[in-house]
Design a protein around this ligand. Structure first.
Ligand code: ZN
Length: 257
């Protein structure tokens, strides 16, 4: 087994709000977790702790439970992790705030029999078959929101964790039922990767290559190599800025099983 991971902030002035981890439990198999903390548009989120604190709490709990509670399905692990994270600041912060700290989530867990996955919001999970074919597992609810709506803070807030909108892990454990989940027989998976949108933009925004080519970059050049390629494209003055931010926090974790 080989695991490689990297995370880079979008700018030196702001803390990195992504969070990635990998665990190889003594019982065998493995776990990958990737979170992308959502930056509150105005800085106001009702929380005294901030997004990096939230992402570290949630990611830590997800990693610990995924590794120690094989009996628990990943959606229950997400619900329990959201609840435990909310409990850690329920007494000091306004968790009913629409922009309470929140994050996208990818969890992958494997053992001898299956590779299980969970995807919530716009981070990307890639599964590679032994023959080389790559399947991208996406929660595309945010992509279905028109771009002009996302330019309005108020309109975006109205869709945040609301029916017909898009869902992120925030303070309500019930969001776990919205996650895209599944499992694949272990023999059908050679490699897996989780990417936050700052890294997946190499494929889904810049169109430098398809998902199979993206995974090939991860295999040959590592997670740092992929993020370096993204940064080089973003810094090219001849290309228009991608979306709202020229550079976004970017994380990738790659595992050959
Ligand atoms: Zn807080």
């Amino acid at each position: 087994m080989h695991i490689d991971l990297a995370s880079a902030p979008g700018s030196e002035e702001r803390p990195n709000e992504d969070w990635v981890s990998a665990a190889i439990p003594a019982s065998g198999g493995g776990v990958l977790v990737a979170l992308d903390g959502v930056t509150p548009p105005s800085g106001e989120d009702g929380c005294a702790h901030g997004v990096p604190w939230f992402a570290a709490r949630l990611g830590g709990r997800l990693t610990e439970l995924s590794g120690s509670r094989r009996d628990m399905p990943l959606d229950r692990i997400l619900a329990e992790s959201v609840r435990a994270t909310a409990d850690a600041h329920r007494d000091t912060c306004d968790l009913s705030h629409v922009r309470t700290p929140q994050a996208t989530v990818v969890v992958v867990r494997w053992d001898e029999a299956y590779v299980e996955h969970l995807v919530l919001s716009d981070s990307v999970l890639l599964l590679q078959a032994p023959e080389g074919g790559v399947t991208a597992v996406l929660d595309d609810r945010l992509d279905r929101v028109p771009r002009e709506v996302l330019r309005s803070v108020a309109a975006t807030d109205a869709l945040r964790n609301a029916e017909g909108g898009f869902f992120t892990a925030a303070a309500d454990p019930a969001v776990a039922s919205r996650a895209v989940t599944g499992r694949t027989p272990r023999g059908q998976v050679r490699a897996v990767a989780a990417l936050t949108d700052g890294a997946s933009r190499w494929t889904d925004t810049f169109r430098e290559g398809d998902w199979a080519e993206c995974l090939a970059v991860l295999r040959k050049e590592g997670a740092e190599g992929l993020i370096g390629r993204v940064r080089a494209i973003e810094s090219d003055p001849s290309r228009p800025p991608a979306g709202y931010k020229r550079h976004d926090d970017a994380s990738a974790v790659y595992a050959e099983l």
